[in-house]
Design a protein around this ligand. Sequence first.
Ligand code: CTP
Length: 396
Amino acid sequence: MLSLTNKRILLGITGGIAAYKCAELTRLLIKAGAEVRVGMTRAATEFITPLTMQALSGQRVHLDLLDSDAEAAMGHIELARWADLVLIAPATADFIARITLGQADDILSTMVLATSAKIAIAPAMNQAMWADDSTMTNLNVLIDRGYNIFGPAEGEQACGDVGPGRMMEPAQLLELSASLFETGELAGKNFVITGGPTQEAIDPVRFISNHSSGKMAYALAAEAVAAGAKVTLISGPVNLPTPESVKRIDVITAAQMLVATHEAMKGCDVFIGVAAVADYRPVEVATQKIKKSEEQMQLTLVKNPDIISEIAQLEEKPFVVGFAAETNDIVSNGKDKLKRKGLDMLFANNATETFNSDSIVVTALTETSETELKPGNKNVVARNMLQLIAAALNER
Ligand code: CTP
């Protein structure tokens, strides 16, 4: 079965008769595991109702650029960042012309301009409009920009003409959308990823921990699998479902994470330390709940093992990738950390912006390079990170 598990698809519907096929398309995308949100031009609402699309996607449909209610729920820029794929189906000749010019005069064209996700267009129009020089020229510009053009199909048209210009069938659009995520560039590689926080017990009911959500590690695990890798995810306590085909090992403390990581090292090609490991743990864990007594109390802490440094020192070490969540001097602190821990690559990001958030801004550092990744949701950024890792592995 075609898989779009974890993929977030923003389906943009413009005003053509093929819009009615978007009901089936949405159903198929969701069945393949995608989360679908729908944006429509006003003209599209003449062909299929927003209510239908809302019922099928389970989400409010986005119709206007300046809709204060919709913007309060998820603004158009947020929506553009949320998406892994913006699929415009059907795309009219007029819409294609507007996005070629870079216009942002409605919700859909604005999102096309604002997104860093993949963009796919399924043209649908009269065969003469399709064959016209203007449309062809526009299409070529979009292809040069890296847009994916799905179709059009040939055949009998709603206007009675016969020729190219029909929107592809929903099943074909599903197949082509899924194929956009099959990179396979990590085929045969073994990844071990740590993620989430660790919890260090103080007594049976209290612990020291941090705000890490685990989202980045889980996004990397899902995307690495999608790119063909075998992934073991060693996870601190988080509230996230295990991505498909990922082997997940649950741990609580840094000490447990260290043991699990060493055990997973056999045959490991790439180790990514995303976990926000607690730097210290209480020297002693009280066996009974500590009672309140004095105005002040002291807790003596001892340093936890540095998991990633240990892995980087192994004789048969994998390609080691770290994360540095910093609050200040992000790049220079990151470079220090890369050296100090003996890492091959480090992704430095702003801790105050990223813990628990869906969107992330990152700089990739190696001994000799500094690359700023395009900001976007954690899945898009994870994919870009994996591309850098794959390129570095190829150079080795
Ligand atoms: N890390 C680890 N084990 C630890 C601490 C950190 O494996 N005990 C890893 C993290 O998973 C991450 C990298 O080291 O990949 C950097 O984490 P960070 O907390 O920024 O590093 P620290 O050494 O704790 O540095 P700082 O003094 O800035 O807290």
